[in-house]
Write a protein that binds this ligand. Structure first.
Ligand SMILES: *Cc1c(COP(=O)(O)O)cnc(C)c1O
Ligand SMILES: [Zn+2]
Length: 407
């Protein structure tokens, strides 16, 4: 596996040979990839700039070989948000618009890396335990790679998330339980069957794909680091790897300055990491999710322990959003910036607003909010709040009487 020399336990430091493994045999801690740092010299600003407009431009910092025939996710727009910024009192607000990915969420980044690793290990079946978007990405990327896909989701997902997944013809398994039940079942299956579970036995590889969103933010800001990043948090994977990405850029001399303060956004109905942080605890107590933000509904987050360390180390804060605030956040983002986000985006915008109101984000600070998924997959969340169209007959008179006053 080229640049990866071994897997190392995050908890006890024990080394493991490179393979589809994710848990330490000695202490059950999570495994992480270790890079051959000699190859990091390839990561120069010039080499990156001349690379493809996808996650693969950061190739020396990823644990798998670039796939030229994949869906080319990443390199999504970083947009300056003047109107939303004005509403929130932020003069330097940016939105990382990951709704433009091939399956409309940031999960395309991690799945692309998982597919590259799965191919290198010789797997033929790609699988996952998912809250919705991961299943969608696994189904699409497997189709593109000519692999079979088997995706496991909990009951009660948004109809469009399941439909937008089944169109690629994976085997979709709806498990009678929560995401945490799905994840436990898949962990058992992964121990018995030779399948590549993107977020289980390939997790050390998969999770490194999260770093690309932070790499892009830095590159798109002209290799400056922002002061704050607001990140939606489910398992905590994206949150933890965002810190790792910024640290790597500084270690490589690609970007300078302090690590940004990383703020976590969770749904009030599933905020186990936010609660542990508020209570000053170092371990997360699992909860049973009850939120409209189903993509973030993980009650027992795999990276919760490390997410608590990241938020403390970077001087960040956790904010939570009620279902009502999620819908307001989706609408505010759409109405001020023309971006239709899914419920996770609503959670992020609601958290952003609270952080600005509390003065955590200063008016001149450079703030980046990660908008991680598109809104067409969670239409249920906004359908009740949507204004119906004005119905008229095809006459100028109707137009003038019914429409003009409303414009
Ligand atoms: C998966 C997901 C996240 C964050 O997930 P982590 O498990 O914390 O990495 C954020 N937003 C969306 C839309 C997602 O699908
Ligand atoms: Zn260990």
């Amino acid at each position: 596996m080229g640049r990866v020399t071994e897997l190392r336990c995050r908890a006890c430091g024990a080394g493991h040979p490179v393979g589809p493994e994710y848990v330490c045999e000695r202490c059950f801690g999570p495994l992480e990839v270790v890079y051959d740092e000699a190859s990091w010299g390839e990561a120069t600003r010039e080499r990156i700039a001349s690379g493809p407009p996808s996650i693969w431009r950061y190739r020396p910092l990823l644990p798998a070989e670039p796939q030229e025939d994949d869906l080319q996710p990443g390199f999504t727009p970083l947009l300056r948000a003047e109107r939303l910024g004005e509403r929130l009192g932020l003069r330097n607000l940016y939105l990382k618009n990951d709704t433009t990915n091939p399956t409309w969420s940031f999960k395309d980044r991690v799945v692309a890396v998982a597919v590259a690793a799965a191919r290198a290990f010789g797997f033929r079946v790609l699988a996952c335990a998912s809250t919705g978007n991961l299943a969608n990405a696994v189904a699409a990327h497997a189709a593109r790679a000519g692999m079979r896909a088997v995706v496991f989701v909990p009951r009660g997902l948004e109809a469009c998330k399941v439909l937008a997944t089944s169109v690629y013809d994976p085997t979709v398994v709806e498990v009678d339980g929560t995401y945490d039940d799905v994840n436990r079942l898949c962990t058992e299956i992964a121990g018995e069957h030779p399948w590549a579970f993107a977020n289980i036995n390939l997790r050390p590889f998969y999770s490194e794909g999260c770093k690309t969103i932070a790499f892009e933010v830095a590159e798109q800001l002209g290799w400056r680091l922002p002061d704050h990043v607001v990140v939606p948090v489910a398992s905590g994977n994206l949150f933890v790897k965002t810190e790792k990405a910024f640290s790597e850029l500084r270690a490589l001399g690609l970007a300078h300055g302090p690590t940004p303060r990383l703020h976590g956004a969770q749904a009030a109905g599933c905020a186990p990491i936010a609660h542990a942080h508020r209570r000053g605890e170092s371990q997360v107590t699992p909860v049973r999710p009850d939120t409209v933000a189903k993509s973030l509904a993980i009650g027992n987050p795999a990276d919760g322990f490390y997410a608590l360390q990241t938020v403390r180390r970077t001087g960040g804060v956790f904010e939570v959003a009620t279902d009502e605030e999620v819908v307001e956040g989706i609408r505010l983002l759409a109405q001020t910036e023309g971006i239709f986000a899914e419920t996770a985006g609503g959670v992020t915008v609601a958290a952003l607003r609270k952080l600005a109101e509390a003065g955590v984000l200063g008016p001149q600070d450079v703030v980046v909010a990660l908008i991680t998924g598109g809104g067409l997959k969670t239409l249920e969340a906004v359908s009740a709040a949507a204004r119906p169209p004005i119905r008229i007959r095809p006459t100028l008179r109707d137009f003038e009487r019914e429409v003009l006053a409303a414009v």
